[in-house]
Design a protein around this ligand. Sequence first.
Ligand code: G
Ligand code: MN
Length: 258
Amino acid sequence: MFLQPIFSFRTGRVEYAESLIRWRHKERGLISAGEFIDIIDEFQMAGHLEVVLYRQVFSLLAAWRDEGVEYPVVTLNVSGVNLRQADFCERLIKCAQLYGIKPDKIALEILETVFVDRGADTVISNIRKLSTLGFTILLDDFGTGYASLSHLMEIPVDGIKIDKSFVQDVGKGGASEQIASAVLSLAQDLNLMTVGEGIESADQLAYLELKGCDFGQGYHFSRPIEMQEFDTLLRAGAFGLNSDSVSLRVRRAARHAN
Ligand code: G
Ligand code: MN
């Protein structure tokens, strides 16, 4: 399991970290989940991997909590297979309770594409339940899916992660820059938190910050870090951490007040 830090532009601290699984292939080396997600879905392995990954994440969070370490909110990528299962929420919350982890320490990353696949009703009702339970809901790879605007209205989203394809074309004079800028301005109007993904250069960082993006993630800051090493860095104070994610709470309150 790997964790990739997500930095707050406002505080400069690592307030979130995305958990990522890597498959150590004998010949091909490390393979990312994005490359084998279809295999996971096809063989309905999501349920099994989920147990392995979630338990690792929850036990790590429990250790930090028990030892008084200030730690970031950890994000879990949730697959369409999981969201189409009627009992997914119960399974997730039970697993979290087993380790005494409260939902406000967990953010769920959901791809927009889950809404256009079959079983969208179950998906939406699951997301509503998860949000009510207190999990933070983030739309992943935002801008690459379909009918995204209508879904922003329909489901209780807390924030969006702007897809790296837009971020990486910033400064190249194409349409990506306008899209990134429009998405940020829309998110601000809706009081959503925003994360720029795949930031690889200081120019990309500067552009997103200028446009009011809240958080940044990408090789420019840090690659995904193996769990043990992340743990060591966190305890050494390398992430300048403030576990209290103020901006999200303020935005959430503002939205509920509307
Ligand atoms: O789609 P999702 O948001 O889950 O993307 C996470 C993936 O993006 C991970 O596999 C991670 O390794 C990769 N990633 C993270 N930062 C960067 C980056 O700066 N550049 C590129 N190309 N990929 C990145
Ligand atoms: Mn993700």
